[in-house]
Design a protein around this ligand. Structure first.
Ligand code: PAF
Length: 283
């Protein structure tokens, strides 16, 4: 088990591992590890010879009103959790290591980063793509794990890999749900008892969309409307409901056989903004 703080140490180790024929897995995180991260780490351990967990609070993906300074940082605790879940290496570079002074090239993911979650977070997905590109170059993984809860992030990383011909397999790990279908999130604890009781409607709305896309008669416009009515019957305030092509995130208006559709939504209950999604391949 080792903790590495410098880019050159990490790169040297990965180069050695690669030349020794070892299979490397990466779980990129910003620390503050919770059960969701630990399930990614366990999956990475199962699929590799060496599992690296990166812990880096990436300044370039935070907007001016975001909580970069207040973001929780506890490297000792994160290391204990990551190593406890089987990670062999924790790579935790400083900001100066990752972004030395002076101009740097950045990745621009174009319109893909401006839709859905990107609408309220300008520049966020360019920051994510830039740091993930750097982490891939430094750690040289064969495989990298991301949570499917952040579906747009997964689409952005896939686009990055395709655009730059990166030789990394991206594995999205399924959303973990409560018994009533509510997606697990650290934000659920901010819901009042009555909001918590209403919130599983989000999962029911996603299920309805999945059923209609797979077997039903309704078209995407009708499906969005039905989802909207279901959610509006609760106190939830809809930010967006989207039925989009899973790769481009362009909204779909008709069903196309074989198309991979991302159904996603963001809804506010009181002060708590919840996101959720599911994938459907149209038969
Ligand atoms: O999902 C996250 O925690 C971050 O966006 C990531 C992928 C580690 C990049 O900073």
């Amino acid at each position: 088990m080792s903790l590495l703080r410098s880019v050159s140490d990490m790169h040297r180790l990965s180069t050695e591992l690669r030349s020794g024929g070892k299979r490397i897995a990466l779980v990129p995180t910003m620390g503050a590890l919770h059960d969701g991260h630990l399930s990614l780490i366990r999956a990475a351990v199962a699929k590799s010879d060496v599992a690296i967990t990166s812990v880096f609070v990436n300044p370039t993906q935070f907007g001016p009103n975001d909580d970069y300074d207040r973001y929780p940082r506890d490297l000792d605790h994160d290391c204990a959790l990551a190593f406890g879940a089987g990670s062999n290496v924790v790579f935790a570079p400083t900001v100066e290591e990752m972004y030395p002074d002076g101009p740097v090239a950045t990745v621009d993911v174009g319109p893909l980063g401006e839709k859905l979650e990107g609408k309220s977070r300008p520049g966020h997905f360019n920051g994510v793509a830039t740091v993930v590109e750097k982490l891939f170059r430094i750690t040289m993984p064969h495989v990298a794990f991301f949570g499917q809860k952040d579906a747009q992030q997964v689409a952005v990383i896939r686009f990055l890999v395709k655009s730059f011909d990166l030789d990394v397999e991206v594995i999205p790990m399924p959303i973990v749900r409560e018994a009533d279908g509510l997606a697990q999130s650290s934000r659920n604890m901010f819901l009042t008892a009555s909001e918590r009781a209403e919130a599983p409607v989000l999962y029911r709305a996603l299920r309805l969309a999945a059923e209609q896309l797979s077997n039903g008669a309704a078209d995407p416009v009708g499906i969005r409307q039905e989802m909207k009515e279901m959610i509006s019957a609760t106190s939830g305030v809809i930010d967006y409901i989207s039925l989009a092509d899973a790769a481009t995130l362009e909204e779909i208006t008709e069903k196309q056989r074989g198309q991979d559709v991302l159904v996603s939504l963001a809804v506010r209950y009181g002060k708590t903004r919840l996101i959720d999604n599911c994938h459907v391949r149209i038969p």
